[in-house]
Design a protein around this ligand. Structure first.
Ligand SMILES: Cc1cc2nc3c(=O)[nH]c(=O)nc-3n(C[C@H](O)[C@H](O)[C@H](O)COP(=O)(O)O)c2cc1C
Length: 157
């Protein structure tokens, strides 16, 4: 049997279901929090278009419902406007020969009542999450709780 080096393997094609990748350099999902209203925008389109020479792009995590939303600036795919935004992005990637998968996201218990009209978050178990949630006000809250003054950003004395 012929031995193939890692470098050679990286540049060999690969089939994932019906999708054929020309090589194996895949872009990992990266939440960039660039959506101001949860709708994929032109900045995101440019970002993915610029990276379409990857064999496959996996998009940043994208909320599947209002209930599953929990990261400030992240996009969704549960309204017609969001679907249209993603179509523009996938069209731009396809037009330059690339491939893109959407990473679906339901944040469950690590959402926050600020995203749920004050209601508690929903998860598969009654166990509370530890850590901090990223809400529009998380930075301000983190700043004040560490005893600093907040003036648009954290002012440390
Ligand atoms: C800024 C940032 C955003 C990220 N966003 C996501 C994401 O949306 N979905 C996900 O599954 N992983 C996300 N990740 C994890 C990366 O995909 C991960 O770091 C990458 O696959 C490399 O793996 P490693 O950190 O274990 O080396 C993110 C990482 C960073 C640094």
């Amino acid at each position: 049997m012929t031995q193939v080096s890692d470098n050679e393997l990286l540049f060999q094609s690969l089939c994932i279901g019906a999708i054929e990748l020309p090589h194996r350099i895949v872009m990992a999902p990266l939440t960039r929090a660039r959506s101001t209203d949860r709708v994929p925008n032109e900045l995101m389109e440019e970002y993915y278009y610029q990276r379409s020479s990857a064999a496959l792009i996996i998009s940043g995590a994208t909320a599947i419902s209002e209930q599953g939303y929990g990261w400030h600036g992240a996009p969704g795919i549960y309204t017609a406007e969001q679907v249209e935004g993603w179509k523009r992005i996938s069209d731009a990637v396809h037009a330059s020969g690339g491939r893109i998968f959407l990473q679906l996201w339901h944040m469950g218990r690590v959402s926050h009542p600020d995203y749920q009209s004050g209601q508690l978050t929903v998860g598969p178990s009654p166990i509370a999450a530890t850590g901090e949630a990223h809400t529009p006000h998380w930075q301000e809250a983190a700043c004040r709780s560490s005893g600093h003054e907040y003036i648009g950003n954290c002012k440390r004395h």
